[in-house]
Design a protein around this ligand. Structure first.
Ligand SMILES: NC(=O)c1ccc[n+]([C@@H]2O[C@H](COP(=O)([O-])OP(=O)(O)OC[C@H]3O[C@@H](n4cnc5c(N)ncnc54)[C@H](O)[C@@H]3O)[C@@H](O)[C@H]2O)c1
Ligand SMILES: [Zn+2]
Length: 371
């Protein structure tokens, strides 16, 4: 039998983007408020919930019930779960279903992305492109989507040539985060989200690292108060970075901390061997060590981050990495500039800077130290 929902006070974080500003509402049991939030972002009466099969089974009914109670006609469109389905074929079949609804949709039709980052990215891209743009809401259900993917308006599908190569910046009208949904999330997925939380602490707020460190047990038990607070703090950090730099010209690059080497490690070890969160964990360790060797980051601060990652069950060691291969992949990253590797390095507790002069030898030494 499912545990009864334990409600917490609803927290609101605003993403400030001028006339495209929106609220992120966070709490336990807030999925029941979806209908109310939908009424705030459209005058229409049709809401189309997009979810993968797993999330549709778990939370589809709660979402459509809330919409129906608020007077919406609610439709649920599903697709098979998994990153491998974040592609043009899924996009196309969702679009076919959306455009064959009767009566035909108009520009007031609301899209609701219910699920993890895959769903947010693909449903957001449907919202961005159907009828040249429909209102949409994000209802993330993974920790990664709560603290990272649901804020910032990046939508995309993958292409055989690379991840997220087809997409658009398209901000939602609001985000509703029910932390109760995290209780059904596999623990490895929870860890993936925690890697991004550690990243936020390193780049903006060292006290967040302390808060995670003192709450490891309640976090893994998905305590509603602790999760509401954790998600709200992380959303506030991501929202502030996005508000500063919506289109990734400057500060938003700081969110790539751990990801430059992380992507290299993820690809060099063969996609699927390491999860994204595990690769980012190793990437954060390696990039911190580059910073320590440069003398710009304190060794004890770096050690503290590593200890926290370990406590969270994220890897900090890996043997057998081919440094040449990792470096080659880093040079071809879409964020590299003309083959020059750009890397975000920590410069103090809660501060980072972007460097474009990182050399192969520094990265190779950091990778070797992971072994
Ligand atoms: N748009 C952005 O800014 C941004 C940022 C970071 C990541 N992303 C994207 O996010 C994706 C990864 O997101 P993800 O890790 O959430 O993956 P995901 O959406 O595939 O979800 C992971 C798995 O968890 C399942 N699941 C989701 N919620 C659940 C729940 N509450 N209980 C049980 N199972 C649940 C899903 O069915 C899926 O199998 C990648 O495609 C990445 O590119 C986007
Ligand atoms: Zn990431």
């Amino acid at each position: 039998m499912a545990c009864p929902t334990r409600r917490t006070k609803i927290r609101t974080v605003t993403v400030h983007l001028g006339d495209r500003s929106y609220h992120v509402r966070i709490g336990a049991g807030v999925l029941s408020k979806l209908g109310d939030m939908a009424g705030e972002v459209t005058d229409g009466r049709l809401a189309v919930v997009v979810a993968d099969g797993t999330v549709a089974d778990l939370y589809g009914r709660a979402a459509t019930d809330s919409l129906t109670s608020a007077g919406f006609r609610a439709e649920l469109l599903t697709f098979p779960a998994g990153e491998r389905n974040k592609n043009l074929a899924t996009f196309s079949s969702l679009m076919d279903e959306l455009l064959s609804l009767e009566p035909p949709i108009d520009r007031s039709a609301l899209i609701v992305a219910l699920g993890g980052g895959v769903t947010g990215d693909i449903a957001g891209f449907v919202a961005a492109t159907a009828l040249r743009g429909l209102p949409w809401l994000q209802c993330p259900t993974t920790l990664l989507a709560d603290v990272d993917a649901s804020v910032g308006g990046k939508t995309a599908v993958d292409h055989p040539a690379g991840k997220n190569l087809i997409g658009a910046f398209y901000q939602p009208g609001g985000v509703l985060i029910d932390v109760e949904a995290l209780r059904t999330l596999p623990v490895e997925e929870l860890r993936g989200g925690l890697a991004e939380c550690v990243k936020h602490g390193v780049i903006r707020d060292a006290s967040l690292l302390d808060a995670i460190d003192s709450n490891v047990e309640p976090i893994f038990a998905c305590d509603p108060e602790v999760m509401t607070d954790l998600v709200a703090r992380n959303v506030a950090i991501k929202a502030a970075v996005v508000a500063e730099d919506e289109r990734e010209a400057g500060a938003r690059a700081h969110l790539n901390f751990g990801h430059t080497v992380g992507h290299g490690i993820e690809a060099a070890s063969g996609f699927g061997t390491l999860s994204h969160g595990q690769a980012v964990s190793l990437g954060m360790v390696a990039e911190s060590r580059v910073a320590v060797e440069r003398g710009i980051f304190d060794r004890t601060d770096a050690a503290r981050v590593e200890r926290l990652l370990e406590r969270l069950g994220l890897p900090v060691q890996l043997t057998g990495l081919d440094a040449d291969e990792v470096w080659r992949i880093m040079q071809h990253d879409k964020k590299a500039l003309g083959g020059r590797v750009r890397m975000v390095l920590p410069t103090g507790p809660g501060t980072v800077d972007l460097y474009d002069d990182v050399k192969y030898d520094e990265v190779a030494a950091a990778l070797a130290s992971l072994g």
